[in-house]
Design a binder for this molecule. Sequence first.
Ligand code: ZN
Length: 181
Amino acid sequence: MFRDAIRKGGPLSEVVRQFIDKGQLVPDELTVQIVRLWLDDHGPDGGFIFDGFPRTLPQAEAFDRLLAERNLPLTLIILMEVKMEEILGRILGRLSCEKCGALYHAQNILPQQSGICDKCGGQLIRRHDDTAAILHERMQWYETLTIPVVHHYESTGLLRRVNASGLYERGFVDILELLPV
Ligand SMILES: [Zn+2]
């Protein structure tokens, strides 16, 4: 959603870009504002899945309020657990399409033609924030900022843990099994 906001332009895009380019966390208030705009734009039709949000306790609490105001109950929370060394390998090899944002991996998910997106023909690039130093910093944020979110949702009884190490396919199947048909 951040990358989308940047691509589309608009009043928040420059502010968001500055945080993303430096690999810094986008502040809670700005993050919640972007989620609120998204909810207003898309409405509840057919439901939705947020990936990687909320990441902090204040975001989770604000999200609870946004959903309550719109009378949208959460139905499922999935925590994907992956080993640290695997996270490093995945992120450091990650390539994304400049145009459409599709994700590839330098070893695991190769495009048919090197450096070119299968879906739209755009150029594949490494993100500025995919470096070992920035990743290490993010893992520390995870410990201090995101673990409290896990505790927050544990009390709802909606939290399910998925072992997302190893094959992408296995974690994917485990998640599909959790989703309502
Ligand atoms: Zn593309």
